[in-house]
Design a protein around this ligand. Structure first.
Ligand SMILES: *Cc1c(COP(=O)(O)O)cnc(C)c1O
Length: 246
């Protein structure tokens, strides 16, 4: 039995209920199932249960997993990206949520032109100002967008992404999600562009994020349980060696 089927149904119902509460169409919210630290067999079960969109936070891990997963899966990069992984990233991912500088955009744009791919991307904004978080400051955002509008050919900017500070009370995340929406609205009118996507909300706070306008919720734990340590995720040869010791 595929245990993900009832879990997925519950999450879909919670997503739909949150959308309706705020007068939104449930179809306007996309579930990005976060499979980081889980193997390709988890992706297969998830596809079997009806999921089609997956999030990874490390390029290296995704490069191993994606070729082993069903080809119908759509892949999103949700974690911090280093420039030296840009070439791989534009080949592996349809959407990159975590672009956080004009320089990284330039590197990705060049890589996408070279590889002939046309990924969408979002700009990550650090709305809370927490020093531990990646992302552009809200004040730096307009100048980066101006740069992007001048130079983007292969890449398309379609939205903004943020992470709220950790807090067990999801209501505490609401102001940060609302802030990202306001910021998005302001950039749309300032530049006369469309930025349809707001990537915000995780296991602990996705319903509040949807009420505040999220179109992409990035959910891992609520679907797949708590994450195994990375050491548990190894190609088969390593696993065999380990089982010989055990
Ligand atoms: C891991 C991760 C998530 C998913 O977190 P959960 O709390 O397990 O749902 C979402 N977004 C990003 C950027 C992540 O790295």
């Amino acid at each position: 039995m595929n245990t993900l089927i009832p879990i997925y149904e519950t999450i879909c119902n919670r997503i739909a209920a949150a959308a309706r509460r705020s007068g939104r169409d449930p179809e306007a919210v996309r579930l990005v199932a976060v499979t980081k630290t889980h193997g390709p067999e988890t992706v297969r079960d998830a596809v079997d249960a009806g999921m089609d969109c997956f999030g990874e936070n490390k390029v290296q891990e995704a490069a191993w997993k994606i070729p082993l997963a069903p080809a119908c899966a759509h892949w999103h990069l949700i974690g911090h990206l280093q420039s030296n992984k840009a070439k791989q990233a534009v080949r592996l991912f349809e959407t990159i949520h975590s672009v956080d500088s004009a320089k990284l955009f330039d590197t990705l744009e060049a890589a996408a032109r070279q590889s002939g791919t046309r990924p969408e991307f979002y700009l990550e904004v650090n709305v809370s100002g927490e020093p531990s978080k990646y992302g552009l400051t809200p004040t730096a955002l307009p100048q980066v967008i101006e740069h992007i509008l001048m130079y983007s050919q292969a890449l398309t900017l379609t939205g903004l992404m943020t992470m709220a500070p950790f807090n067990p009370d999801p209501e505490k995340a609401r102001p940060f999600f609302a802030a990202l929406r306001h910021l998005r609205d302001a950039q749309m009118s300032r530049f006369g562009i469309d930025l349809p996507h707001l990537s915000m909300g995780m296991t602990g706070d996705f319903e509040v994020a949807i009420e505040e306008g999220a179109t992409d919720v990035r959910i891992g734990t609520a679907l797949f349980g708590s994450r195994p340590k990375l050491s548990a995720l190894r190609p088969p040869q390593d696993a065999d060696t380990t089982s010989g010791i055990l």
